[in-house]
Design a protein around this ligand. Structure first.
Ligand code: NAD
Length: 293
């Protein structure tokens, strides 16, 4: 029977550890961590994610600042806001919630963030450090996946890990981290994407599958072997009139069927999503330690 990788519980465990560490830190007269989040426009999913991040800060005793800017904000105005955050000694780390409105160049914005405050780990300098295995802010979702694999002692060493999706925030960094020479990692990695041929056959060979593509029910039971470990990153809003909000959340995996063949599996919701928040908090505490040295 599959073990459910309970991201909600593990995330709350981590938050409790962070709450205790923060309390002790503040009692010793050290700086209280302060995370800022910049939200441009009114994308409903982004609003939900940012609200959850701010709420988690409150739970662990961090200060938080939410900067809400209208959809019509220009790239120049956003850059000015980032400059202020870079220079503000009270702010230890900040994130700019993606996606940004189309008229703003995301790469330019990410590159404007001070790498020492880049708690999302998206700045090229931090990505480079991650590739080389140097201390850095690991991107929140991949780091959350490593953390849940570690807490459930899932064996990754020498395993064939197939990653589906090559986004800069999930699939690509995940492929690097799972191949690195430490645990969790040391896997033999295959990075697949929309141009991959024979995806079904490749998945059937996988000991671990990490999927982040944004397509509900994409990974079906016939694509996996017995005993597979499944990490489902997808968050898809599927219309559902029986729900008050008019939709339900589903991952990229046909969960009810794939679970029957899995040894470990993350549910959606309650799997990778809460782990992403926990990693962001870990990065923020680390930024506070780094910046107040
Ligand atoms: P994305 O949307 O930027 O890119 C999708 C990727 O999927 C691309 O690399 C593409 O090549 C690949 N792809 C598309 N169709 C494919 C196919 N048929 N076969 C193989 N590969 C295919 O990716 P993203 O930003 O990583 O988001 C993916 C999903 O993960 C979304 O549902 C998103 O909401 C979710 N997500 C969840 C979290 C979390 O915290 N749980 C964090 C980030 C993203």
């Amino acid at each position: 029977m599959a073990v459910i990788l309970d991201g909600k519980k593990v995330s709350l465990d981590i938050q409790e550890e962070l709450r205790i560490e923060t309390k002790e830190r503040v009692e010793r007269g050290r700086k209280k961590p302060h995370l800022a989040a910049v939200l441009v426009g009114d994308d409903p999913a982004s609003q939900t994610y940012v609200a959850a991040k701010v709420k988690a800060c409150e739970r662990v005793g961090f200060d938080s600042t939410l900067i809400k800017l209208p959809e019509i904000t220009t790239e120049k105005e956003l850059m000015e806001e980032i400059k202020l955050l870079n220079e503000n000694p009270k702010i230890d780390g900040f994130i700019v919630q993606l996606p940004l409105p189309k008229h703003i160049n995301e790469e330019k914005v990410i590159q404007a963030i001070n790498p020492k405050k880049d708690v999302d780990g998206f700045h090229p300098q931090n990505v480079g450090r991650m590739v080389l295995g140097l201390p850095t802010f690991l991107p929140a979702t991949p780091n959350g996946i490593l953390e849940i694999l570690k807490r459930y002692k899932v064996n990754t060493i020498g395993k064939h890990c197939v990653i589906i999706g090559r986004s800069h925030i999930v699939g690509l960094p995940m492929s690097i981290l799972m191949g690195q020479n430490y645990y969790p990692g040391n896997s033999t990695v295959t990075l697949t994407h929309s141009r991959t041929k024979n995806l079904k056959e490749i998945c059937q060979e996988a000991d671990i599958i990490i999927i982040a593509i944004g397509k509900p029910n994409f990974l079906t039971a016939d694509m996996v072997k017995e005993g597979v470990v499944i990490i489902d990153v997808g968050i898809n809003r599927v219309p559902d009139e029986t729900k008050k909000r008019g939709y339900r959340l589903e991952g990229d995996v046909d969960y009810n069927e794939v679970i029957k063949k899995s040894s470990f599996i993350t549910p959606v919701p309650g799997g990778v999503g809460p782990m992403t928040i926990a990693s962001l908090l870990i990065n923020t505490l680390n930024a506070t330690k780094l910046n107040s040295k």
